[in-house]
Design a protein around this ligand. Structure first.
Ligand code: SF4
Length: 227
């Protein structure tokens, strides 16, 4: 797991120490991952280890001189800021264990992370995947949300839960896994090409209008019905 999505060291409010966040899609960890994190926190006297809203694990209060050693101990490739990119993919257990699950949320989350990790984007990208319409990962407030139903995946785009919340627009329904991934790719690709620097998907959709997303993106997806 300790293959971080960003590996980005963030300076803390004390101005001296840094935080590093590690994690994998859907917050899935192994006992070995947890042992490595615990050992690293102990060895480097890291004062605070915390679960994040993105289902990752933050190690906070790392001395600047310790950053290379901590990154190495965690198995990170580096800790420089990569710029705007995929921040996280959250997911519920879906059919892997939840009695209500309709689709395999963890598998789709892993596929989405593999597809988007490391891609340079205009703004942060946060993805949520829920295995059923109870929507435990709040997909309507994610840049990209995917919700499982008995008939496949529903894909949402342009949500935000921050300072200016926005409920995502419906981009597609009843898609199989490959179609959902393809639609995610088309939407993120369009956003990457036409959004302004630092513009999140919510503000992008508000600026261009979802009708233009329909015309420029959804119309070309062969598995979506023509309206
Ligand atoms: S969204 Fe559905 S499948 Fe996922 S944890 Fe919640 S109830 Fe279970």
């Amino acid at each position: 797991m300790t293959e971080s999505i960003t590996g980005e060291a963030v300076r803390q409010r004390d101005g001296r120490t840094f935080g590093l966040t590690v994690g994998a899609a859907g917050g899935v960890v192994t006992p070995e991952d947890l042992e490595r994190i615990a050992r690293t926190a102990r060895d480097f006297s890291i004062p605070l280890v915390k679960l994040t809203t993105g289902q990752r694990i933050a190690l906070l209060g790392i001395a600047e001189d310790d950053l290379p050693g901590v990154a190495l101990a965690l198995g990170l490739g580096g800790f420089d800021s990569p710029g705007p990119c995929l921040k996280y993919v959250t997911a519920c257990p879906g059919t892997s264990s939840c009695r209500w699950g309709m689709q395999d949320a963890l598998a789709l989350a892993a596929a989405l992370e593999a597809r988007f990790a490391g891609r340079s984007l205009p703004g942060k990208l946060k993805i949520g995947v829920s295995g059923c319409t109870r929507n435990c990962t709040s997909c309507f407030s994610r840049d990209l949300g995917l919700i499982g139903t008995a008939r496949g995946w529903t894909v949402l785009f342009g949500g935000n839960g921050g300072r200016r919340p926005r409920s995502a627009d419906l981009a597609g329904t009843n898609l199989d896994g490959a179609q959902a991934l393809d639609l995610a790719d088309r939407l993120v690709g369009h956003y990457a090409e036409y959004a302004q620097a630092e513009e999140r998907t919510a503000r992008f959709v508000e600026r261009v209008g979802f009708e233009s997303i329909r015309t420029d993106v959804l119309r070309f997806a062969p598995y979506l019905p023509l309206e």
